[in-house]
Design a protein around this ligand. Structure first.
Ligand SMILES: Cc1ncc(COP(=O)(O)O)c(C=O)c1O
Length: 376
């Protein structure tokens, strides 16, 4: 099979994978590591997985430079499942937690946490910042957040996939308040300041693998504060104790995340991912900024996402023409989310830097061709 594909896929996720990883997966489906058995057919309790699960944890630790005092657990259910499970584990009914609602996923996180509270499974989930009031065009500065010193944790989303905004660094929480980060669209796309977070988790289908698999990295001293009276399948303590094999784990997804992390390390690690990310997004933002308002970015400049630039053209018709002409050129999946409209160019770890230059060239040519059309 020829993997030299003609399309540049700007999908928000699941998204592009590196060619060497795809080739390795092809081979592993037939026979993994010379065992004579394919990766999809290996028992999760057999000798192969006794070894492989540890390798995948090691690969994640190396890719993210995860300190030893953090537990790495592979889970299922997508990140959304954990929007509900995190408060159930870490915010018992008579306590509370703070949420920064900075976009679609952060809002859904708060919604699930409140549903867990209303059902009696978790404490109160407070909105410490509501981005709806500013069209989610930025992430809050410290002075904009109404944080509670007694909260069990502060939850934030480091990169807002839909609105294309990102935190430059974790928000400062009051002393003693733990920090939980949904890193669903930027995990290991930049170095993580582990001294400022207690839990970082992600669905891996954007930067690190296959949909459905969740990577959860928790400071051990934080994990120890989790509730112990939950049904085991909902308990992070139990999943960690069983080494991610409480029940049949998502073996294929874990294997692929291991391969993705090995690839990431071979490319220079998360610092190099960050350099590439800045070059890709910088190229696209430069085309926006040089267009004399033909293109209009959604995010305030201070908070621009390096993974999901979102922008608009002067008219609705021009969006359709842009998407149509881009597709003809092999630039696909550029339509913005249904909540924002416009254009979104998602470019995660495996996305080639040259692909961003192709898009920027196309944007410049398109703007020159349609110059003079003004917003209606
Ligand atoms: C930042 C972020 N968090 C959470 C999610 C939800 O992930 P899942 O659909 O795997 O539950 C997404 C999905 O796009 C996301 O971008």
């Amino acid at each position: 099979m020829n993997l030299q594909r003609p399309l540049l896929n700007f999908s928000a996720g699941p998204a592009m994978m590196p060619e060497p990883v795809l080739r390795q997966i092809q081979s592993d489906i037939w026979d993994v590591s010379g065992t004579g058995i394919g990766i999809l057919e290996q028992s999760h309790r057999g000798a192969y997985w006794d070894r492989r699960i540890g390798e995948c944890v090691d690969s994640v630790r190396a890719a993210g430079r995860v300190p030893e005092d953090f537990e790495i657990v592979f889970l299922q259910g997508g990140a959304t499942m954990h929007f509900a499970l995190l408060p159930m584990n870490f915010c018992p009914p008579d306590t509370s937690s703070d949420y920064l609602s900075t976009g679609v996923w952060a809002r859904k996180t708060l919604h699930e946490a409140r549903a867990a509270h209303e059902a009696g499974f978790a404490g109160e989930a407070r909105c410490a910042f509501d981005g709806a009031t500013c069209g989610y065009d930025h992430v809050p500065a410290a002075g904009e957040c109404a944080l509670n010193a007694g909260a069990r944790f502060l939850h934030y989303c480091s990169n807002n996939t839909v609105y294309g905004t990102m935190f430059a660094e974790p928000p400062a929480a009051p002393a003693g308040v733990r920090v939980i980060c949904d890193s669903g669209s930027d995990m290991f796309s930049r170095p993580i300041p582990w001294d400022r977070v207690d839990c970082v988790y992600a669905c891996v289908q954007k930067n690190l693998g296959v949909a459905g698999t969740v990577l959860m990295v928790m400071r051990r001293s934080f994990l120890e504060t989790a509730r112990r009276d939950l049904p085991p399948i909902l308990s992070y303590i139990e999943h960690a104790r069983e080494g991610s094999r409480l029940n049949t784990p998502a073996t294929f997804g874990i294997h692929v995340t291991g391969l993705m992390c090995d690839w990431l390390v071979s490319q220079g690690g998360s610092a190099e991912m960050w350099r590439r990310s800045q070059e890709r997004s910088g190229t696209v933002y430069a085309a926006i900024d040089a267009s004399e308002d033909f293109y209009r970015g959604l995010a305030r400049r201070c908070c621009r996402s390096h993974l999901n630039p979102v922008f608009f053209l002067p008219t609705e018709d021009l969006h359709k023409t842009f998407l149509g002409e881009a597709t003809v050129k092999g630039l696909v999946s550029l339509a913005g989310h249904r909540e924002t409209g416009g254009i979104r160019a998602s470019m995660y770890n495996p996305f080639p830097v040259e692909g961003a230059h192709c898009l920027a060239d196309f944007m410049r040519a398109f703007a020159a061709k349609h110059a003079g059309v003004t917003a209606r």
